[in-house]
Design a protein around this ligand. Structure first.
Ligand SMILES: [Fe+2]
Ligand SMILES: [Fe+2]
Length: 496
C-alpha cells in the first residue's frame, strides 16, 4: 500500500492480548519509546490547544514525538502501537511496564477513542505537526474511528495513523470460511478449481493461459450451467466469504442461464460467459485486506475498490485471444442502466446489453453471498432488491427474465407448505414463481428420502391453491441432504 502506514482502524488488528504474569523484562527493555510516543503526543496535543500555530512550545513537542517515533522505526518499516485492555502493545508484543508508567496518558487516548497508532519509517515533522493540530482542534472523540485516517490522509499524513481497534466482540461475526465445505456438483467443483488457478495467476500479476480460460468456459457453458445441483448451490444463500474466483464462476454460470433464457446462440453465450467470468479481474489489484476486512470499507478504501473496472479493462485488453466485449464488460459492469454508477464515462454513456446482463447477475450473486460484516440475503430477498433496482440501475426486462430463472423459491430450496409438508423445490414454473414443484420429505423416514412430488400449482374445485409455501428453511436446520435429493431428480429414479 504505497509504503504508507496502514490505517489501524480496520478492526482486525492482530495485536496479542497480553498474558497476565508474562515476563516483563524482555518486552519492556526493548521498547521504551513506545510509551514515550503516546506521552509526547499527549503533550503535543496540549501545546496545540494552548498556543497559536508555529509557537516554539508546539515545535518542541513536535521534535519530541518525531525523535521517539524515529527511534521506534529505526530498524523496521512500520511500528504498530495498540492499547488493548489498558496494556500497550508494540507490534503485538505486550509492554506491561510501559503501560504502568504511562497509564494516565494511555487512558486519556482511550477516552478519545484512539487506541492504535501506526508509525511508518518515513514519518516527517510536518506530518506530526498536522496530527497534533488535528487532535487539538478537529478530533471529535470516540465513534469517529473511520473518519480519522481519511482526514489525516487528506492533509497529507501518510506515515502516522491514528485509529480505533474494535474489540473482538464488536465484529459482526467471526471470519467466515472462504469457500463452501462441499461443492455438490463435480463439474462445478472442477470449474471452481480451474478458476482458482486462473485467478491465482492474475493475483500474482501474470497473464493466465487463455486456453485454460476457454477450457473452463467449455465446461461451464456446456455442462455446469445445465446442472440444477450446481445452480441450486449458486443461487442459494451462501454462508461463506465468497472470494473473487468463486463469485466469478457463479456469475458466469448464472449469466449463461440468463443468456440461454434470452435465446442467445452458442458463440454469444461463450462471449457472455467469458466476460462474466472475468468481470471483476481488476479486484486482483485491490489489496486483499480491503476486500476481506471485517467491516464496511472507509471512503479511501471505497475509492480503491471503485477503480477495479478500469484496472480490469486494462488487464483484459492486453490479454490476446479473448472476446472483444470482455474488457468492455469489465469496464461497464458497475454502470447504471440509465447512466450513473462508476467509473464516470461521460453523461451519455449507456452500458452495452451484455454488460447489463452481467450487472443483473452480479448484484444477485453479491447480495446472496456473505461478507464478514453482513449476513447474506436469501434468494427471495435478493429478488426484491433486484426489483427495486430495476428501471434505474438495472434493465427491468433483464431483471424480469432473471427472476423467472431464480424464482422466489429456487431449485434446492427447502420449504414447508401451508399444509405442513416439508419438501425440497425440484422444479419451477415460469408463469408462477410462487408455486413450485416440491419433493416431499418425511424427516423421520430413512435418509430423509423423498416420498412423493407435489405441484403447488394444484387448485381445489373453487380455483383456490391447495397449498402455498409457508416458509423456507436453511439446510443446516433440517436433516435433509438437498444435493442427494436433487441428484435423484436429475436421474430417473425420482418418485413421481
Ligand atoms: Fe465488480
Ligand atoms: Fe462482481
Amino acid at each position: 500500500m504505497d509504503g504508507s502506514a496502514p490505517a489501524p482502524e480496520v478492526g482486525v488488528t492482530e495485536a496479542a492480548v497480553p498474558t497476565p504474569g508474562a515476563p516483563e523484562e524482555t518486552a519492556d527493555r526493548q521498547q521504551p519509546e513506545a510509551g514515550h510516543v503516546f506521552r509526547a503526543l499527549a503533550a503535543l496535543r496540549s501545546a496545540c490547544v494552548l498556543y497559536p500555530e508555529g509557537h516554539p512550545a508546539i515545535e518542541a513537542q513536535v521534535d519530541d514525538v518525531h525523535r521517539y517515533a524515529m527511534a521506534l522505526v529505526a530498524n523496521r518499516p512500520l511500528a504498530r502501537l495498540d492499547i488493548i485492555r489498558g496494556i500497550l502493545n508494540c507490534d503485538g508484543e505486550a509492554l506491561p511496564r510501559e503501560s504502568q508508567v504511562h497509564a494516565r496518558v494511555l487512558a486519556e487516548f482511550a477516552a478519545l477513542g484512539i487506541d492504535s497508532v501506526h508509525v511508518g519509517a518515513g514519518v516527517s515533522k510536518d506530518e506530526i505537526r498536522t496530527v497534533g493540530q488535528f487532535l487539538a482542534h478537529d478530533h471529535r472523540g470516540p465513534g469517529t474511528g473511520g473518519a480519522v485516517v481519511e482526514v489525516l490522509a487528506e492533509r497529507g499524513v501518510r506515515n502516522f495513523n491514528l485509529g480505533r481497534i474494535l474489540p473482538v466482540n464488536h465484529r459482526v461475526k467471526e471470519r467466515l470460511p472462504e469457500a463452501p465445505e462441499t461443492l455438490h456438483d463435480e463439474g462445478y467443483q472442477a470449474s471452481a478449481e480451474l478458476a482458482h488457478d486462473v485467478f491465482d495467476r492474475f493475483d500474482q500479476g501474470f497473464a493466465p493461459d487463455v486456453q485454460s480460460i476457454h477450457d473452463l468456459l467449455e465446461m461451464l457453458v456446456g455442462r455446469v450451467a445445465r446442472s440444477n445441483v450446481a445452480l441450486s448451490q449458486v443461487m442459494a444463500l451462501k454462508r461463506y466469504e465468497n472470494r473473487s474466483y468463486l463469485h466469478s464462476v457463479n456469475v458466469a454460470l448464472l449469466a449463461t442461464r440468463l443468456g440461454e433464457r434470452l435465446g442467445l446462440e452458442r458463440p454469444e453465450l461463450m462471449q457472455l460467459a467469458e466476460a462474466a467470468l472475468l468481470h471483476d479481474v481488476g479486484k486482483t489489484r485491490v489489496p486483499i485486506e480491503i476486500l476481506t476486512k471485517a467491516g464496511p470499507p472507509t471512503e479511501r478504501e471505497w475509492r480503491m475498490i471503485h477503480r477495479h473496472p478500469l484496472i480490469g479493462a486494462e488487464i483484459l485488453s492486453e490479454l490476446h485471444g479473448l472476446g472483444p466485449l470482455t474488457p468492455v464488460v469489465a469496464l461497464e459492469h458497475h454502470l447504471d442502466f440509465t447512466g450513473g454508477g462508476y467509473p464516470d464515462l461521460g453523461p451519455d454513456r449507456r452500458p452495452q446489453a451484455i454488460s447489463q446482463i452481467v450487472s443483473v447477475v452480479d448484484v444477485y450473486e453479491s447480495v446472496t453471498g456473505a461478507r464478514t460484516y453482513r449476513e447474506p440475503a436469501t434468494p427471495d430477498r435478493a429478488c426484491v432488491i433486484l426489483a427495486r433496482m430495476a428501471g434505474d440501475k438495472l434493465n427491468p426486462a433483464l431483471v424480469k427474465a432473471f427472476v423467472s430463472i431464480v424464482t422466489f423459491f429456487p431449485i434446492g430450496t427447502i420449504v414447508r407448505t401451508t399444509r405442513g409438508e416439508l419438501g425440497v423445490v425440484v422444479g419451477t414454473h415460469d408463469d408462477d414463481a410462487l408455486h413450485p414443484r416440491i419433493a416431499v420429505i418425511d424427516p423421520a423416514g430413512p435418509d430423509a428420502r423423498p416420498t412423493s412430488v407435489l405441484d403447488l400449482r394444484e387448485r381445489d374445485d373453487g380455483g383456490a391453491f391447495l397449498r402455498d409455501v409457508a416458509e423456507t428453511l436453511p439446510e443446516d436446520r433440517v436433516r435433509i441432504n438437498v444435493a442427494s435429493v436433487l441428484r435423484r431428480f436429475e436421474t430417473s429414479d425420482a418418485p413421481d
